[in-house]
Design a protein around this ligand. Structure first.
Ligand code: 2P0
Length: 338
């Protein structure tokens, strides 16, 4: 019997991945940071036998057979890296530290944890010591694109760009050694405007970019923003960071609204909250910005030292716009050795 435990964080993209090419490769490079408290955990046991591979999947300790096709598909796509698990019994037990309906992307963290877990159990069975982060990120990408940015820690770039040597459409790379200390301790407070499932899946959203009338413009914009963001992160420039962050958030939603069919993913409270954030920032001159995922919830981003002024503002003016006044106070996770 072999047993491994792994975990992987959720991430939030500042420059967004929206649109694919080839097999799960991105139309443009994206750049995100991983979160500290929003984590997927996975425990995998493998019992050896010569019989055909059998998988048991549990989520929060409960059997969830509905997930099995996704896992089988994941194993099939990654079979060249999983040569030691072609037979026997695989028992996978997974859980998240954040609520399912919180609007935090769970596919990134759960697919990243699955990739790390399966890679590790395969190494453990074969008695192999190597841990290749690029292979693990590539495996995660084949499960879910954004998961390729969740197998590592901190600031991770996924997608080939002239701005960064070693970048690849196949896997994410950590760029923490290039990041100014101003961006080492960002807070990410999630305003849960609406709980519950998204109205359109990201996979469908990506597909809508294939024939989108603004596809070329989007590509140019993303390339410009990657360059601008990398420079801002190196310089420690929160003003430029803010420009990129909000342009990307709004563009993602504008692309969804202008696709065919179109989707409105914001809720009225999303816009109300954004107005309040802008007003608060203008009157208090606080470095504070926001981004959005493909849904109505807002990630409010600010340096840790601003917490004492931002938190009372959240409680008084933003939490009332959230469902059940729900706000999740998370922050960036950075590798220990910086
Ligand atoms: C991102 N999102 O960069 C963008 C911004 C949501 C908005 O990547 O089809 O779950 O599994 O590759 O990664 C969400 O899409 O899509 C996503 P698949 P994924 O984070």
């Amino acid at each position: 019997m072999n047993k491994v435990y792994q975990e992987a964080p959720s991430n939030i993209a500042i420059v967004k991945y929206w649109g694919k090419k080839g097999i799960q490769e991105p139309m443009n490079a994206s750049l995100s940071f991983t979160m500290s408290k929003s984590i997927s955990k996975i425990e995998i046991q493998h019992a050896h036998s010569e019989e055909e591979l059998k998988i048991d999947f549990l989520f929060d300790g409960q059997k969830k057979d509905s997930f099995l096709p996704k896992i089988q598909d994941f194993i099939k796509r990654n079979e060249k890296h999983l040569s030691n698990i072609t037979s026997g019994i695989l028992k996978i037990n997974s859980s998240n530290t954040f609520p399912h309906s919180s609007g935090i992307a769970s596919s990134a963290s759960s697919m990243a944890a699955l990739a790390k877990g399966l890679y590790s159990i395969n190494q453990s069975i074969g008695n192999e010591q190597e841990y290749n982060p690029q292979v693990v990120s590539e495996m995660a990408r084949l499960g879910s694109g954004s998961a390729s940015r969740s197998t590592q820690t901190g600031w991770v770039l996924w997608g080939k760009t002239d701005e960064l040597q070693g970048s690849s459409d196949h896997y994410g790379i950590e760029i923490n050694n290039q990041i100014h200390e101003n961006f080492h301790s960002l807070q990410d407070s999630i305003l849960v405007i609406r709980k519950g499932a998204k109205s359109v899946s990201s996979t469908v959203g990506h597909q809508l970019m294939d024939n989108h009338p603004f596809k070329e413009g989007r590509l140019k914009q993303a390339n410009k923003n990657i360059k601008k963001l990398i420079s801002a992160l190196k310089q420690g420039d929160f003003k430029i960071f803010t420009e990129v962050c909000e342009e990307e958030a709004m563009s993602l939603h504008a692309l969804m609204m202008s696709s065919s069919p179109g989707y409105t993913l914001m809720a009225p409270e999303t816009l109300r909250a954004i107005k309040r954030i802008n007003k608060f920032r203008d009157s208090n001159h606080v470095p504070l910005t926001y981004t959005l995922d493909a849904g109505p919830n807002i990630h409010l981003i600010y340096p840790k030292e601003q917490s004492k002024i931002v938190h009372p503002f959240i409680k008084e003016h933003l939490a009332p716009l959230c469902e059940d006044e729900s706000v999740i106070y998370d922050e960036i996770s950075m590798p220990l050795q910086q």
